[in-house]
Design a protein around this ligand. Sequence first.
Ligand SMILES: Cc1cc2nc3c(=O)[nH]c(=O)nc-3n(C[C@H](O)[C@H](O)[C@H](O)COP(=O)(O)O)c2cc1C
Length: 232
Amino acid sequence: MKVAVVYGTEHRGSTYNIVQLFLDGLHVPEGDLSEFFLPRDMPHFCCGCVRCIEKGEEYCPHREAIAPIENAIDKADLVVLASPVYVLRVTGQMKAFLDHFAFRFMVHRPNEAMFSKTALVVATAAGGGMKSAIRDMTTSLTHWGVGRIFTYGRAVAATDWHGVKDGKKRQIERDVDRLSARIKKGYGNVTPSFKVKALFHAMRLMHKKLEFNPIDREYWDKQGWLERKRPW
Ligand SMILES: Cc1cc2nc3c(=O)[nH]c(=O)nc-3n(C[C@H](O)[C@H](O)[C@H](O)COP(=O)(O)O)c2cc1C
C-alpha cells in the first residue's frame, strides 16, 4: 500500500503520533511512504492569481513546492491529511495547502486517479473542534473526487503526545487497530461514495450546458466524461 501523508504541523505531537500508529497498523513499508510537513514542505499562501484555475496548474507560482506533494498523492493508494485543531479549525498551513488544490475541485479538473483512492483524515484537539477541522479536510477530498474517506478525531486533553494519559493512549490504539483493519480491507477496490458520484454528475451537467472556464470544459471533454466515460 502506497501512502502519502500531509501533516498540517511540523510539531511531532499527538497528531503525528496517531498517524504513526495508523502507519504501523497498516504495515506500510518505508519505501511506500511519503510524508510532508507543513509549512516546511509547502510554505506559501495562495496569492489569488487564479492562474491554476484559468491557465493550468503548471502556472502556479508555488508549483515547485506543490508538484512533489501532488505527485505523491497521485501515486498513493491511501492519502492521509492530518491536522491539530487550531481555533476550532484546521491549522492555517493546512488550509493554505488545500487552497493550492482548488484547480482539482470537481467543478474544475478533478484527477481521474482520485476516484479509486482511499483517504484518512485525522484531527486532534485538547478538547473540541475535531468535527469542523475534519470537515475542512473532507470537503477538499470529496471535491477532489476521493472515493472513500475515513475519519478519526480525538480530544487528547493535552498539548503534546507526552501529556496524553496512558488510558487514553490505549483507547486510541484500540480505535486505530479497528479503523486500520477497515482501511486495509477496502483499499485498492474503491467505488466512489454516493456524494462523490452525485457531485460528478452535477458538474458534468453544468459543463454540458455552460462554458464558464474554457480549460475546464476542454478537460472534461478530453476525459470523455461529457459522453459515456466515467472516472470509476
Ligand atoms: C494555536 C492553537 C490553537 C488551538 N486551538 C484549539 C481549539 O480550538 N480547541 C482545542 O480543543 N484545542 C486547541 N488547541 C490544542 C491542540 O489542538 C491540541 O493540543 C492538539 O492535540 C495538538 O496537536 P499536536 O500535538 O499534534 O500539535 C490549540 C493549540 C494551538 C497551538
